[in-house]
Design a protein around this ligand. Structure first.
Ligand SMILES: Nc1ccn([C@@H]2O[C@H](COP(=O)(O)OP(=O)(O)OP(=O)(O)O)[C@@H](O)[C@H]2O)c(=O)n1
Ligand SMILES: C[C@](O)(CO)[C@H](O)COP(=O)(O)O
Length: 231
């Protein structure tokens, strides 16, 4: 079984959450959001290191939190950048394994089983991401012009997004050299003409972005915790 590094992104401002602090510290159940996110990577024996990308001014806060959860053994703290893509670029510099999973710190409900599933596909394709078929009808709006897109071919990309290290480094360097800014890492790999495989994920694998997401996350946590107790 191949091994990998995780690059977990937690250096954002959380503007849309409007919580007055980094949303990674918001509580879901009994633990902060970022702890939920880190746990599956801590528990996955194929994950050899977690590169946690944070804001420079939050180093002490994260160090203290990680110490209190005894998570420092596997975690390396790296300063992020202005955009998500810049933070990934910084995180990739610290990666030591041949494969890397890039994951939003704001997505707390990934499981070890899903990580293993994605890793298996990435070993074969060198580029694989979780995504789910969209369930809303999507409209493309250009000024007053409205176009309804064919929902049957639309998927909502999630993270983790997993790659061989040389491929994702090449894609990020190409993006930097060509001033290409993507909203996910797969788009940078597509930009250099490499196929990206979609692995169907879970609708539970939500990204906490707005205050409403916090309520939904709490409900998912209650549901999944109850199921774990039953098993
Ligand atoms: N410069 C950035 C921007 C985002 N992120 C991280 O990327 C993930 C996805 O980004 P998003 O959900 O948009 O977080 P924010 O950028 O913090 O949110 P907002 O756009 O509302 O400020 C988050 O875990 C966030 O911390 C990051 O590490 N560095
Ligand atoms: C990477 C991502 O989670 C895929 O859906 C999404 O693009 C991140 O967007 P954000 O605005 O940086 O949260």
């Amino acid at each position: 079984m191949i091994t990998y590094s995780a690059v977990v992104l937690a250096a954002g401002q959380g503007k849309r959450m409007n919580a007055g602090k980094n949303k990674q510290f918001l509580m879901i159940g009994k633990d902060p959001l970022i702890i939920h996110t880190l746990n599956p990577f801590m528990n996955d024996s194929s994950c050899k290191e977690i590169i946690l990308v944070i804001q420079k001014n939050e180093q002490e806060q994260f160090k203290h939190l990680l110490q209190s959860y005894q998570l420092l053994s596997k975690v390396i703290l790296i300063d992020g950048g202005k955009e998500r893509q810049d933070s990934v670029y910084q995180g990739l510099k610290a990666v030591t394994q041949d494969f890397v999973m890039i994951h939003d710190g704001a997505r707390p409900f990934i499981t070890v089983k899903e990580l293993q599933q994605l890793l298996n596909r990435t070993e074969l394709t060198h580029a694989a991401i979780f995504a789910v078929p969209v369930t809303d009808t999507i409209k493309k709006v250009s000024g007053k012009k409205l176009e309804t897109l064919d929902r049957s071919v639309l998927w909502a990309a999630q993270t983790p997004q997993a790659f061989s290290l040389p491929l994702i480094k090449k894609a990020h360097q190409h993006a930097l050299d060509n001033h290409f800014l993507g909203t996910d890492d797969a788009s940078l790999v597509e930009e250099i003409g490499h196929a990206v495989e979609i692995v169907e994920g879970s609708y539970h694998n939500m990204k906490l972005t707005t205050p409403e997401d916090l309520k939904r996350a709490e409900a998912i946590w209650v549901e999944t915790t109850k199921n774990e107790v039953k098993e």
